[in-house]
Design a protein around this ligand. Structure first.
Ligand SMILES: NC(=O)C1=CN([C@@H]2O[C@H](COP(=O)(O)OP(=O)(O)OC[C@H]3O[C@@H](n4cnc5c(N)ncnc54)[C@H](O)[C@@H]3O)[C@@H](O)[C@H]2O)[C@@H](O)CC1
Ligand SMILES: [K+]
Length: 513
């Protein structure tokens, strides 16, 4: 699904109103219907027995809240509506909604942070509508301001919080928190989800996101070109290379995995097991000689072979053998459990310079790249997929300081011409064209050592089978997350391990094939 920016939403609204002649107040009424419906769903008992509040700004987001308050009042809810801001600043539509509310006998009250009875009402409600700011939030919510107090009250309240369009304080384009932000149970967002609801803190603060059609003509929405999307099952389906009925093990691609060190015997094995579970025909696993007997005993479906090592880590002398093996393979995964050191760095850089095949660079492979970004830049004519977590991303120059994960991922891929998989809650896959895909599968059970090794194996396997880099990367992330969800369903996020994720990969694949 497309993810929109604030300016794209404003432009869509403008086109609908000015070019298609749809009255803006009608859009607001439909937006309010969605918000009111969600509020009713969250009530613990029938509306007549419940209390509610709508905290409304003076902009059009506030107008949505004022209109929702009227609809909820008409359903029997005991509701009070508060204006956080000035009456003089109400937009024309918000003013009209204030009049309609007043006609029903409910006055829009001025929000007063010092009013203890107002506070007690909001804190004791069953449901609260957050309509302070929508996509018009343009600067941080100032500490000590009434807006800040309104956000704090909503977060302190025992009520279920329904955000109109976006949780107030969340930046629509980044998911960053501007000053402070509402923690919503549900967000009813209009027309399209916003980037800020899919990534960063906004992805958590939005609660359940429901997308509501408010009557913007479908052709306008279809025609909107978005550079960010969520990964959907249909995309993953196309990312899975078809399997020829008469194919043999050579047909489905060969993966070479290079990794491991004394102390890191699990990582390369997990990558190999994940690759084998994701469809490729053959998996070769090059590891330091010192741990080769361990891998040989562990691996059944993959073929481990020993490589020259020094002090338990791969030595630069391993280069020739790896290059020879890589030449016969369709994709290479480099990094799981390599460890760090001068010899490892030298080897990784040499391999990156020479390997022509698509490379998935992970973990200590990424760490080896730090300070040598020219080596990555020189691979722009070849496929390189980097899979860093935040720490590794920072080491290779990724800048997350602005709270804009998607923007940072996009800037990195545009600068270096690679595919970037920025791991974390809502992993982002960014490609050099500027497009970014946000993943929605996965759970906290994946936040365990070894999960990343599994992901690397899945991506390398898909690449070896002929998936495009973006399909392999974003599709692999989705499958890995979905396998994690299936593992958690069976074993809980506490009890599941990366091995369980490997075991669940076939079921995840089965859902989309
Ligand atoms: N006609 C339309 O364009 C529609 C708009 N809709 C709603 O309108 C929203 C957008 O409305 P607006 O563009 O009026 O913007 P908002 O209602 O989101 O907020 C804008 C107001 O907040 C002020 N403001 C921004 N940041 C502030 C800060 N940190 N501290 C204090 N004041 C701040 C601005 O100066 C402005 O007065 C959407 O999110 C949606 O909820 C819907 O009603 C559907 C139709
Ligand atoms: K809001």
């Amino acid at each position: 699904m497309k993810l929109a920016t604030a300016s794209q939403m404003k432009e869509l609204d403008r086109q609908a109103i000015e070019e298609r002649g749809i009255p803006s107040i009608d859009l607001m009424e439909r937006a309010a219907e969605g918000v009111a419906r969600a509020a009713l769903d969250l009530l613990p008992q029938r509306p007549g027995r419940c209390r509610g509040a709508a905290l409304c700004g003076a902009g059009n987001n506030g107008g949505d809240g004022i209109a929702a308050a009227r609809l909820l009042f008409l359903k029997g809810l005991k509701i009070r509506a508060f204006l956080v801001g000035d009456y003089e600043k109400l937009t024309p539509d918000a003013l009209e909604e204030t009049r309609r509310l007043s006609e029903c006998g409910v006055e829009l009250e001025r929000f007063d942070p010092a009013d203890a009875s107002q506070r007690a009402w909001v804190l004791g409600c069953d449901v609260v509508i957050d309509a302070v700011f929508g996509v018009g939030l343009s600067r941080p919510i100032a500490a000590g301001s009434p807006f800040a107090a309104a956000v704090d009250w909503m977060n302190e309240s025992r009520a279920a919080v329904v955000a109109a369009d976006i949780a107030s304080g969340v930046a629509a384009d980044t998911g960053d928190v501007l000053g402070r932000a509402v923690r919503a149970d549900r967000t009813v967002t209009f027309t399209l989800p916003k980037i800020g609801q899919a990534v960063g803190e906004g992805a958590v603060l939005s609660g359940d996101v429901e997308v509501r059609d408010i009557g913007i003509p479908a052709d306008l929405v279809r025609g909107l070109a978005c550079r960010a999307q969520t990964v959907e099952r249909d995309f993953v389906r196309t990312a899975l290379p078809p399997r020829k009925i008469d194919g043999h093990k050579g047909t489905f691609g060969k993966v070479l995995i290079v990794g491991g060190a004394v102390g890191y015997t699990g990582a390369p094995w997990l990558t190999a097991a994940a690759a084998a579970r994701s469809g490729c025909g053959l998996v070769f696993l090059g590891v330091p000689e010192a741990i080769w007997p361990v891998e040989a005993a562990k691996c059944v479906s993959a073929m481990p072979f020993p490589l020259p090592d020094k002090h338990g880590k791969l030595s630069p002398k391993a280069k020739e053998e790896i290059l020879k093996r890589a030449a016969g393979c369709d994709a290479v995964a480099l990094g799981p459990g390599l460890g760090r050191g001068d010899g490892v760095t030298e080897l990784v850089l040499e391999l990156l310079r020479e390997i022509r095949q698509p490379v998935v660079l992970d973990a200590d492979g990424i760490n080896a790249l730090a300070g040598h970004m020219d080596v990555l830049d020189a691979r722009q004519d070849r496929v390189t997929v980097l899979t860093p977590h935040d720490g590794e991303f920072a080491r290779i120059g990724g800048d997350l300081s602005a709270g804009d994960r998607l923007g940072a991922a996009r800037a990195f891929t545009e600068a270096h011409g690679c595919v970037l998989v920025l791991k974390g809650h809502r992993t982002i896959t960014a490609v050099p064209s500027g497009n970014a895909l946000v993943n929605t599968t996965g759970n906290s059970g994946l936040a365990k050592g070894g999960s990343g090794d599994v992901l690397t194996g899945v991506i390398a396997s898909l690449l070896a089978q002929g998936a495009s880099p973006v399909q392999a990367a974003a599709g692999g992330v989705w499958l890995h997350g979905r396998a994690g969800d299936l593992a958690a369903e069976r074993l809980t996020a506490y009890g599941m391990t990366p091995e369980d994720v490997v075991s669940a990969l076939p079921a995840a694949i089965g859902e989309v094939q």
